[in-house]
Write a protein that binds this ligand. Sequence first.
Ligand code: DX5
Ligand code: ZN
Length: 216
Amino acid sequence: MTVKLAPSILSADFSILREEIEDVVNGGADYIHIDVMDGHFVPNITIGPLVVSSIRPITSTVLDVHLMIENPDRYIPQFAEAGADIITVHVEACRHLHRTIHLIKETGKKAGVVINPATPVESIKPILKYVDLVLFMTVNPGFGGQLFIPEVLDKVKQAVSWREDFDLSFEIEVDGGVNENTVKQCKEAGVDVLVAGSAIFNKKDRQKAMNILRNA
Ligand code: DX5
Ligand code: ZN
């Protein structure tokens, strides 16, 4: 199975966001990864539902919305309404994780759960049968262009084996520091979806950058 690519628009030029998105869609993006940050859960502020609703008409590509925010329950309906296809919440930000995942499902969208590099993989075991996507942060969330934390791949391997043991079908995604030097180990660990921001948008030829990641 070939790996899916989810370019993260965090590293795109926001003044020409439409062209940036069209560029990676033409390059064969499987998902468009959208990083939502609130300045509380992470030390950075990015975009909200308004931007997601502006992106929605530009492309039919899956919009993969990564919520790095406190109290995600409050905003899930707005992101669903704005046109997100997958909504992913941090286990560290959810007091009642099952409730939050069900809230996403009630909107008709796919539900994802994400954990930070220092959070044990056991924390997501009880929720695996309810999610469509498990995202492993391979950097501490907040910024693009950080260094990949390779130890996270042990958690990926554990998730691969649980998926088989429990006969589940969620996708496994990694986010942070994915580039031509780290992509191979991600694939070997069993990752299905690669998020990449700087490794794609900081390159002039995005199609070439995406092919490098895909074919590594
Ligand atoms: C980081 C974000 C990532 C970010 C990845 O908090 O969740 O999606 O855009 O950027 P790179 O690929 O440059 O590490
Ligand atoms: Zn992200």
